[in-house]
Structures are given as C-alpha cells and as structure tokens.
Design a protein around this ligand. Structure first.
Ligand code: SF4
Length: 356
C-alpha cells in the first residue's frame, strides 16, 4: 500500500492482561455503596489480600523496605474509597472539567505527570459514589447550558485499565448518552474496551488512545498495552460508533524522531479500519517536565533514557505560577509542523484539536 510503513522484524507479543492488584485497601464507608460491595466481592473471589483503612488519603503502611519498593508496590495496590470533594477541577485544553472517578495508575510510564501531581499517593484509588459524582456533573451541565460541557475522565488516572473492577466508565457513558449538553471524553493506553462496546452512548463520548513512536513506547511506557493492542481497540470502539481520537503524547525529540513519528502515522493508517477514520481527532502534546518531576523520575527510573536537560529546554510559566520545561521554539515548530503534515498526509479529513 505504499504508506511508508517501516518493515520491522515480527515480534511475538504477549497479550497485556487486565490489572489484578496485589493488595486492596477499603474505606469502611465504601461498603455503603453498591459499587463498593461489588468490588469487595470481586476482591474476595480473586483471593486478593485485603486491609481496611480509615481514609483513602492516608495509606501509610504500604509494604516495601525502600521508597522505590514502596512505590512499585503502590502501583499494584488498589484503594477503594468515597469521593468527598464534589467540586470538579478545570481541565484545559481538552475539556471544561475533570470528572473524578479514580486516581493513580498501574502503568510505569517514566514521564507520567501523576508522579508529581499525586505526590505520596501513587496507589490506584477508585471512588464508589458514582451517583454523587454524576449529580455534580449534572449541576455543571445545567449551569452552562445551552453551551456544551465536556468532562475529561482521565486527568488523574487511566480509567480503562481499571474498568473491569469498577464499571465507572460505563456509568458515565450511559449517563452522558442522555445529556443533550454534556459530553464525556477520556484517553487510555490500555486496550480493555470490550465492556464499553455495547453501551448506549449516542455519540456523546469520545474515546482517545494515547499513541507514540515505537521508540517512545518501548523505552518509556512499561506495563501498558502494546501499540498493536491499542490500535485494535481503537478499531473496535469506532465500529461501536464512538467518536475516536488519538493523543500523541508526549512528543519527544530524539535521534530519529522524524522517522519514528512518520512511521507511527503510516502504521496508524495501515492498521485502522477505513470506517474508523471518518470523525478522527488528534491532540498533540510535547514533552514537558518540572524540576520536581525530574528529580522524582530520576529516583524512580534511575536508568531512564528520558532526556530532561534543563539547558536544552525553554522555561514556560504555568497558570499557577509554577514553571515547566518545554522544547525551545525552533524545535517545537519543527515537531508541530512535521507531525501535522504526516497527519494530513494519512488522514486528510482529521481534526487537530491543539498542539501544546
Ligand atoms: S498509562 Fe497514563 S496514567 Fe498510567 S502511568 Fe502511563 S501516562 Fe501515567
């Protein structure tokens, strides 16, 4: 098909299994909700060690002798609690609000911003009071109507990776299906979308997959689904009628980036079923880091090849007075222009929502 897809040796990839935590903590109040009771049954059926905790905010006795061991164990620990704060944070530029259903993730992406934003709580935490959360969403929709209000469900976790435990995305999707002025969106690096395929969604939920060049996925995204799995899942959700999107993030400058990103777009075109591309969006996010993130990443992934050389970056001030490091303007422009051209070469009718 002359798409410029690089020939590569055949790899045998083991399927990425759904997440089963090594340890689960429960807030007693979580058992006052049907979702909490269901998760408890699941934990018992799977014989997962269980502890009770007074607060999902204070898990202090995670197993492990060193900070690194504790961190790794936290990533395999599930905490089940009740969301008390029902005010939503803003979620620019992809949506108006972040809808809080979970925090933390079992993935080990070196660059993940949750490493700093979640601070001492890297465990996977899920909330069981979905009805309260949806009641808040409804209030936000009512306040803004007739403008559309978009909710992002993946600001603080990867909710697809834990959907088999919570079913929360299914609740959100079916709720939003009936909301004339509400929309849901989320992004994932996991392929476990089967429970979502038969739901009523009315086209009100956009599912995006996070993709990247082969080099970036292999070097920096351990414990997530393979590229091939993500693309197969993208085809499935598009067949199920969901609006589909891709987030290319973080876009990383490395030796061979042009070839890597050209190959990514060529492979996407080759692999995606044609009918999956009719309403396609792309979001482009360059790699950025803060000084705090750099030091946390260097402790947790000491052998990482992630380049975080402040001398080679441009300082950018954030909305809350904190600074982060992005690529200098010239590099940003080169990345943006090159990737934009490749997107339109392979998907002429796609929309690029933003580059940031
Ligand atoms: S999959 Fe997403 S949320 Fe999970 S570690 Fe990777 S970047 Fe972070």
């Amino acid at each position: 098909m002359g798409t410029g897809v690089k020939e590569r040796p055949k790899r045998t990839l083991r399927p990425t299994k759904p997440f089963i935590p090594d340890l689960v903590y429960f807030e007693p109040d979580a058992l006052n909700y049907s979702k909490g009771v269901k998760i408890m049954e699941w934990v018992k059926q799977n014989n997962i060690p269980l502890r009770m905790t007074t607060s999902h905010n204070r898990i202090t006795n995670l197993p492990g002798d060193t900070d690194l061991e504790k961190y790794k164990n936290a990533k395999r620990t599930l905490v089940v609690g009740v969301r008390k704060t029902l005010e939503f944070d803003q979620s620019k530029p992809s949506a108006e609000y972040a809808i809080p259903i979970s925090t933390g993730c079992m993935g080990h992406c070196h660059y993940c911003y949750l490493q700093t934003t979640l601070g001492a709580k890297p465990y996977v935490r899920v909330y069981v009071n979905t009805e309260d959360i949806l009641a808040s969403a409804k209030r936000y929709i009512e306040e803004r109507k007739p403008q559309i209000t978009r909710f992002e469900a993946a600001c603080t976790s990867d909710p697809v990776g834990i959907e088999h435990i919570t079913g929360s995305l299914a609740d959100l999707i079916t709720f939003m299906a009936d909301e004339e002025f509400g929309r849901l969106r989320f992004v994932t690096k996991f392929h476990h979308v089967d429970p979502l395929l038969k739901l009523k969604h009315n086209g009100h939920t956009r599912i995006r997959f996070s993709v990247n060049s082969d080099y970036v996925i292999r070097q920096f995204e351990p414990s997530t689904s393979h590229f091939e799995e993500r693309i197969e899942a993208a085809g499935k959700v598009a067949h199920a009628g969901y609006p589909l999107g891709f987030i290319i993030a973080p876009i990383i400058w490395y030796d061979g980036w042009e070839e890597g990103y050209a190959d990514l777009l060529a492979r996407l075109e080759k692999t995606l079923p044609k009918d999956a591309t009719s309403d396609l969006t792309f979001e482009l996010i360059q790699h950025r880091f803060t000084k705090t993130a750099k030091s946390v990443i260097e402790q947790r992934y000491p052998k990482t090849k992630l380049e975080m050389d402040i001398e080679k970056r441009k300082k950018k001030w954030g909305r809350w007075g904190q600074s982060k490091y992005v690529y200098p303007d010239e590099q940003q422009t080169a990345l943006r222009e090159f990737i934009t051209e490749r997107i339109f070469e392979h998907f002429p009718s796609a929309n690029i929502d933003y580059f940031t």
